[in-house]
Write a new protein. Structure first.
Length: 209
């Protein structure tokens, strides 16, 4: 009887013990999944690509600061659903020093509904970026992004309203301007003058997640 236990009972006992030892060890070696955070990179954005490609395609276009009107805007669409996480702009030095912000708006042009609005200060030495509440865009839908200075909100000098744009020539337009599924279809400048339709592309950078 003792021999039967040694031959049969002992291997079973060892197997049970091994299961308790090996089992938990294998389970603990698998890490829990880690949620990834969407990036919001301001490097080589789709807008930057469109701006650069349009400037390269027609050397007569000028990358400059001009157009002393309160509102600079462009209309665009994307070929896939996207989320805007940041806006970039190069502000005016006087406005920045005086703490006078630009109003940034994003409008659903189909319904003329403002889907984002915020007042932001932008540095003047280069394009600076502000994080915004994420704005979801629908593929092929038309949107307009604009920067506006309120009447009296530009330091008493209309010259403070100018901004960086890619200025087209009188005989040629760069629209539609497209890269990577991001397409700018038109632009407008107005307020205390204008409108100046399709005068150029205002440098209002959109950053997608």
């Amino acid at each position: 009887m003792k021999k039967i236990f040694i031959k049969i009972g002992l291997p079973i006992t060892l197997l049970v013990v091994a299961t308790f030892i090996v089992g938990p060890s294998c389970g603990s070696s698998v890490p829990d999944p880690v949620a990834t955070t969407p990036t919001c990179s301001t490097t080589n954005t789709l807008f930057q690509q469109v701006f650069a490609a349009t400037a390269t395609a027609n050397p007569t276009f000028q990358d400059m600061s001009t157009m002393d009107l309160l509102t600079h805007e462009y209309t665009f669409n994307v070929n896939a659903n996207k989320t805007i996480c940041s806006i970039g702009y190069q502000g005016n030095a006087t406005l920045f020093a005086s703490n006078l912000p630009y109003t940034i708006e994003i409008v659903d042009t189909a319904t003329n509904t403002v889907i984002y609005t915020g007042n932001h200060l932008f540095g003047s030495s280069a394009t600076s970026y502000v994080s915004i509440t994420p704005v979801n865009l629908i593929a092929t839908q038309s949107y307009t992004i604009r920067r506006t200075l309120p009447t009296g909100g530009y330091g008493g000098n209309i010259g403070n309203t100018i901004g960086r744009i890619l200025r087209f020539t009188s005989s040629s337009t760069g629209f539609p301007a497209s890269s990577g599924g991001f397409t700018i279809t038109s632009s407008n400048f107005y307020g205390t003058g204008g409108p100046a339709v399709n005068f150029g592309i205002p440098y209002i950078d959109i950053v997608f997640q």
